[in-house]
Design a protein around this ligand. Structure first.
Ligand code: SF4
Ligand code: MG
Length: 318
């Protein structure tokens, strides 16, 4: 059984139907990358998996299982426990996750004390061990420093240390390295990979960067206008992309080390999600669009090369 499995996830905010029937599965010890342009619904999907959407957002699920548990039935008290111990999240800007008035060591120790039975002293030692484990040189001294005294790369490591301090089984990382320079980026990614491998963590990695995807992910899901348009084993999807949007992304996306905040190069703009889209949402931008594409949504098909895709080009006429 997958660590996380979500079926038919919908998210509405106001009149906008922003996530329109997403299926996702994250396996233990593996990385699933979720890619797509800004506004495709990736971050919303991620936040919904932590029950962290704004309160006016409306959520519907066909199924939502985490570690065998039905997550739809949890109340906020239960969610606080889940967020502390079982699913952790790392954001793009580490500063948002840190308290500027406390040392790094204090902050990590506080998380540990709050959620385990460790004493303050044990927790402080564990914080230092974690920082060391995450490649911070001279960890005992660093633990006594404040966030402003550390580099971006060190801060992101500290945030990851905080995220894994209570031994979660899943990590959600939303553009975790976009704010870092190239060398540090590679180091932080290697670290996440190591955590997956050694601790059996399931990792949901959201990124704009196909180079990162290639280096990290076993599986890949490509999101467009609130739907997964193609998914499958990363190597297959990237070597033989089946959906025209995946191909457009590949042409437009930077390779490792050249991550940009937003993508350039796909002609046209994503659709207005306050209107109903009866057919394929990519049709107005798709070089291969046919009449039927605008009228009717294609079914998700498992194709010969092993990936699933949602495109009329793959619907075999009888
Ligand atoms: Fe293009 Fe049609 Fe396929 Fe959509 S369904 S990606 S418009 S060919
Ligand atoms: Mg985002």
């Amino acid at each position: 059984m997958s660590l996380l499995s979500v079926r038919d996830l919908h998210i509405h905010i106001g009149d906008n139907h922003l996530v329109r029937g997403v299926d996702l599965a994250v396996e233990r010890g593996e990385c699933l990358a979720l890619v797509g342009e800004s506004g495709s619904g990736k971050s919303l999907t991620a936040l919904s998996l932590m029950q962290l959407l704004p309160s006016h957002a409306r959520l519907e699920h066909g199924e939502w299982l985490f570690d065998g548990q039905d997550m739809r039935s949890l109340d906020e008290k239960a969610w606080r426990k889940v967020r502390a111990r079982r699913i952790a999240m790392v954001f793009q800007n580490p500063m948002t996750a840190l308290n500027p008035t406390m040392t790094i060591g204090q902050q990590i120790a506080e998380v540990i004390c709050l959620h385990t039975s460790m004493s303050r002293r044990e927790a402080r030692q564990r914080a230092i061990d974690l920082l060391e484990r995450l490649g911070i040189v001279n960890a005992p001294r660093r633990a006594k420093q404040y966030p402003f005294e550390l580099s971006g790369g060190m801060l992101q490591r500290a945030v990851i240390a905080m995220a894994v301090a209570c031994g979660p089984s899943m990590l959600i990382a939303d553009e975790p390295t976009t704010a870092l320079d190239v060398t540090v980026q590679a180091e932080v990614l290697a670290l996440l990979q190591e955590l997956c491998r050694d601790e059996g963590l399931g990792l949901l990695l959201i990124t704009h960067d196909l180079g990162v995807v290639e280096a990290m992910a076993k599986h890949l899901a490509v999101m467009y206008a609130g739907r997964i348009v193609e998914s499958g084993e990363c190597a297959r999807v990237l070597s033989q992309p089946a959906h025209p949007y995946t191909r457009a992304l590949q042409a437009a996306m930077p390779s490792l080390g050249e991550a940009r905040e937003s993508l350039q190069g796909i002609a046209g703009t994503p659709p207005d999600l306050s209107r109903q889209i009866p057919g394929c949402a990519f049709a107005p931008r798709c070089p291969q669009a046919m009449n039927i594409c605008v009228r009717e949504l294609p079914q998700t098909r498992l194709i010969e090369t092993g990936q699933c895709t949602e495109c009329w080009l793959w619907e075999k006429p009888e």
